[in-house]
Design a protein around this ligand. Sequence first.
Ligand SMILES: Cc1cc2nc3c(=O)[nH]c(=O)nc-3n(C[C@H](O)[C@H](O)[C@H](O)COP(=O)(O)O)c2cc1C
Length: 372
Amino acid sequence: MTMDLSPVNLREFERAARDRLDPVYYDYFAGGAQDEHTVRANESAFAAIELVPRILRGAEDPEPATSLLGCPSAMPVLLAPTAFHRIAHPEAELATVRAAARADVIMTVAMLSTVAVERIAEEARGVLDGTDPKLWFQLYVQPDQEFTRALVQRAESAGCRALVVTVDSAALGRHERNDRNDFHQLPEDVQCENLRGLGGSDSGNVRRVTLSPEISWQHIEKLREMTRLPIVLKGVLHPADARLAVRNGVDAIVVSNHGGRQLDTTPATIAQLPVLADAVSGRIPLLLDGGVRRGTDVVKALALGADAVALGRPIVWGLAADGEAGVAKVLELMRSELENALALCGVSAPKELSRDLVALRKENSRSREVQA
Ligand SMILES: Cc1cc2nc3c(=O)[nH]c(=O)nc-3n(C[C@H](O)[C@H](O)[C@H](O)COP(=O)(O)O)c2cc1C
């Protein structure tokens, strides 16, 4: 499928995807919990932050390359885990991983992927002349510890380089769009391939993903015993939890509200980032996802203390719009926007970004003063 007019930015990819997707699937991807306040806040909070560039610094051409948990990446932008790529495009995660591998960025494979993690890794090796792909694996801790162990071992043997444990999902968020559309079952040919054999589970059920409401720090300790992979906690918003994560030997955290799909009215991730950066104070890498749509958003997140960001919906929109080529274009646009933003800030590498380059928009700070 080739597009007549190529989108020129990530938001236009959403429109292109919407034109091609079944409206029920579009709603599944776009939607969030309840009133979707947090979905909107994630994006609008970026717009409320101003960039205050430096000048005449003789900066060299920007080089956005970075390294996370020992894994090099062409830019500090990862693919966040998103479930069910097959309902976005028939080539599913295979198209996504080819684009990620060619762009030399890290893809987080969702536990709920519709292609098995081993097959995704093999596809990536295919475009990388057999070299090891840059894959992380996202896990929802399962009530059945032996199934969790088996999944972790599968991810490790497939060559995944980190385990991203999603910790904001003791229960599923309430997605009213899905209820309105009565979307609760995946089509028969779409299955969560990593869940086959999980006792009592229906791997095609959209809403009956088995979660562990009783999940606690003890589960993280157990995971530590199960694997030598770095453990990344995804879904941290409270600074006390960030401090506990450091104390419990977690290797990195992702400041995330699950793209507004879990608890509605949580703060926008970019608004919460500074307090988490202070809590962690550089002891472990800090990642952020939620509402990142522009190169300038990446610059703002890095200036406020993130080491990298991740894209959720924009990757799905690229995939739905044009398969591998769509995801490739999303990543290419992001890279060139990021290079442009770095150059215009007078900075030549992500690590040079600092808090003095950002400011809260005046009317925001005024309204904060009024509230205080
Ligand atoms: C359709 C969709 C499916 C998702 N599936 C998962 C998942 O299976 N596991 C997970 O940890 N996060 C999942 N997420 C959350 C993303 O990893 C990420 O936190 C979020 O999408 C970032 O916000 P953004 O979409 O505004 O970029 C999903 C998000 C979307 C939009």
